[in-house]
Ligand binder design. Structure first.
Ligand code: NAD
Ligand code: 6OD
Length: 486
C-alpha cells in the first residue's frame, strides 16, 4: 500500500514543499505516511495569500456570511467524522474512545460556538458630555488583527488547532497554520473540508514542518504576519517570543503545566479517586490540564493511595482502535524516552513506586512503539525535579498534608499555574481554597468540565492571555474607537 503524501494548503491549492518527512505511528514505530515540509518560500507564499484574502473575499463578507461558512466547516468535519477519528488515532495513538468523544466532536463544536458568538457580539458605546452641551457618541468597532500565525501542539491536534482557528476566522482574520510535525493528518483533512465547503482561497493556509529552522520559525519570525497564537511548551513559547520581538506582534500563549490536585479528608472518596485517576491518565497524561502533583490529607492518605493504585491497574492499555482501550501509547518514542528518564530519576531519588514505572510488554509490533505504564509514586521531597518539571506522561506523585494552609502552599509552589483540582464536600472550603490557587482554572469536585464561553489559560509560566468565548474574540479583533461629535 502506498501511503498518502500530506501536502501544504496554500491559496486554495495543495502544494508540495522542499522535502518530505516521515509520519510515524506511535503504536509500532512504523512509518505510516509522508509529509511535505514547507520551506521559507512556501511560508512566504502562504502569508501573501492570507494578506490578499484579507483585502478581498474574507474582508468583504458580512459577519453573517462568515458565520454560515464556519457552520459548514463544522458540518464538514462531522460528515467525515470516522476519517478524522481514524487519522487522529493513527497520528497520536490516542484511544478510539477519546478521539471519538472528545477530540473530533470538539473540533466541530469549536466552529459552531464561535460562529454563534460572533453573530451576537456587541460593542461598547458611550455618550460623552461636551462643553457645547451637544455631546459626542463613542463606539468601538472590532477590527481583525490581519494575518494570524497559528502554531498547534500534538496532544489534542484538531481540538487545539480549531480552538484558535474558529475564533480567529470568526473575527475576520486570515490564517497561516502549522500543526505539530507529529500530527499532520487531521489538519490536512481540515484543509480539505475548508476547501470543499467554499472557504475562499487564501483565508486558511496550512504549512507543515518542524519548529526551529523550519516552517514554525519561518512563520513566527515572518515580518508580514500580524499576530501569533501558540499552544505548546513554555520553552517553545520563549523561543517564539524572541523571534516575534523584532516585529512586535501580539501574542496569545497557552503553555505547559504542573497541575496540582488537593484531596481533603471530607471529600467523596469514590468521586475523588475516579476524578483524580481521570485527571492523571487521560490521553496518557498528555493533556496540559493533567494532574501530576496530588496532595492528600494525611488522615486518608493510605486509603487514597491504595484506591488510586487500583484505578491505575484497572486501565486497559491496548490498541487505540479497541473500543475498550483506556490508554494507548505516548506520542513518540522520543517522548517515551523523556517520560522514562523521569521514571528513572524518581527511582534514583528514592521514590516509592506504588504502581508502574516501566514499559508494558506485548510480544508483538507494539514493543517497538511508545508505550509506558501508568505510574504512581510517593516519597519524594518537594524539591525533586519530578515534582517541579512538567513530565507530560501518565504519572503522578502523591504527598500527604496536614492543614488547609499547607495544602495551598504546596500546590502553589510551582513555576507553572495552569489548572488545579480541589476535592471536598465543604463547599465553603471549595470556594476559599479555589480563590487562593495560583492557577488560571480551578475545578472543584470535577476535572476538565468545559464550558467554551469561560476564560481558559494560565498564570506564571503557563501562558499569556485567555482563550474561550469573548476572551478569544477579544484577542483576535482589536477595537478601534470611533468618536462622533453630535
Ligand atoms: P512544542 O512546544 O514542542 O511544539 C508545539 C508547536 O510549536 C509544534 O507545532 C512545533 O513544531 C512548534 N515549534 C517548536 N519550536 C518552534 C519554534 N522555535 N518556532 C515556532 N514553532 C515552533 O509542544 P508539544 O510538545 O507539541 O506539546 C506539548 C506541550 O504543550 C506541553 O508542554 C503541554 O503542556 C503544552 N500544552 C499546553 C496547552 C495549554 O492550553 N496551556 C495545551 C496543550 C499543550
Ligand atoms: O478544552 C480546551 O478548550 C482546551 N484548550 C484544552 C487544552 C488542553 C491542553 O492540553
Amino acid at each position: 500500500m502506498t501511503a498518502k503524501l500530506l501536502k501544504n494548503y496554500i491559496a486554495g491549492e495543495f502544494v508540495s514543499g522542499c522535502r518530505e518527512f516521515r509520519n510515524i505511528s506511535p503504536v509500532s514505530g512504523k512509518t505510516i505516511g509522508h509529509v511535505s515540509e514547507a520551506d521559507q518560500q512556501l511560508v512566504d507564499q502562504a502569508v501573501s495569500a492570507a494578506k490578499k484574502a484579507l483585502k478581498g473575499p474574507w474582508g468583504n463578507m458580512s459577519v453573517q456570511q462568515r458565520a454560515e461558512l464556519l457552520y459548514k466547516v463544522a458540518d464538514g468535519i462531522e460528515a467525515r467524522f470516522d476519517e478524522f477519528v481514524a487519522a487522529e488515532m493513527a497520528d497520536t495513538g490516542k484511544s478510539l474512545q477519546q478521539a471519538s468523544t472528545i477530540d473530533i466532536p470538539r473540533g466541530a463544536a469549536n466552529f459552531r460556538v464561535f460562529a454563534d458568538m460572533v453573530k451576537t457580539a456587541s460593542s461598547e458605546c458611550f455618550h460623552t458630555d461636551t462643553a457645547d452641551g451637544k455631546g459626542a457618541l463613542n463606539y468601538s468597532l472590532p477590527r481583525p488583527l490581519g494575518v494570524v500565525a497559528v502554531i498547534a501542539p500534538w496532544n489534542l491536534p484538531l481540538l487545539l488547532l480549531t480552538w484558535k482557528l474558529a475564533p480567529a476566522l470568526a473575527a475576520g482574520n486570515c490564517i497561516v497554520a502549522k500543526p505539530s510535525e507529529e500530527t499532520p493528518s487531521t489538519a490536512t483533512l481540515l484543509a480539505e473540508v475548508m476547501h470543499d465547503v467554499g472557504i475562499p482561497p487564501g483565508v486558511f493556509n496550512l504549512v507543515h514542518g518542524y519548529g526551529p529552522n523550519s516552517a514554525g520559525e519561518f512563520l513566527t519570525g515572518h515580518q508580514q504576519i500580524d499576530a501569533i497564537t501558540f499552544t505548546g511548551e513554555s520553552r517553545t513559547g520563549s523561543a517564539i517570543m524572541r523571534s516575534a520581538a523584532e516585529h512586535v506582534k501580539p501574542l496569545s500563549f497557552e503553555l505547559g503545566g504542573k497541575n496540582a490536585a488537593i484531596i481533603f479528608d471530607d471529600a467523596d472518596l469514590d468521586e475523588a479517586v475516579a476524578g483524580t485517576a481521570r485527571s492523571v491518565f487521560t490521553n496518557g497524561g498528555q493533556v496540559c490540564l493533567c494532574t501530576e502533583r496530588v496532595y492528600v490529607h494525611r488522615a486518608i492518605f493510605d486509603t487514597f493511595v491504595k484506591r488510586l493504585k487500583a484505578e491505575a491497574e484497572r486501565l486497559k492499555i491496548s490498541w487505540p482502535t479497541d473500543p475498550d482501550t483506556d490508554m494507548g501509547p505516548l506520542i513518540s518514542n522520543e517522548h517515551k524516552n523523556k517520560v522514562l528518564s523521569y521514571y528513572r530519576l524518581a527511582r534514583e531519588e528514592g521514590a516509592t513506586f506504588v504502581t508502574g514505572g516501566d514499559v508494558p510488554r506485548f510480544d508483538d509490533e507494539r514493543d517497538q512503539g511508545a508505550w509506558v505504564e501508568p505510574t504512581i509514586i510517593t516519597g519524594l521531597p518537594e524539591s525533586s525535579r519530578c515534582i517541579k518539571e512538567e513530565i507530560f506522561g501518565p504519572i503522578c506523585h502523591i504527598t500527604p498534608f496536614d492543614t488547609e494552609e499547607q495544602a495551598i502552599s504546596l500546590a502553589n509552589d510551582s513555576r507553572y499555574g495552569l489548572a488545579a483540582a480541589i476535592w471536598t464536600r465543604d463547599i465553603s472550603r471549595g470556594h476559599r481554597v479555589a480563590k487562593e490557587m495560583d492557577a488560571g482554572m480551578v475545578w472543584v469536585n470535577t476535572w476538565y468540565l468545559r464550558d467554551l464561553r469561560t476564560p481558559f489559560g494560565g498564570v506564571k509560566m503557563s501562558g499569556i492571555g485567555r482563550e474561550g468565548g469573548q476572551h478569544s474574540l477579544n484577542f483576535y479583533a482589536e477595537p478601534s474607537n470611533i468618536c462622533i461629535k453630535l
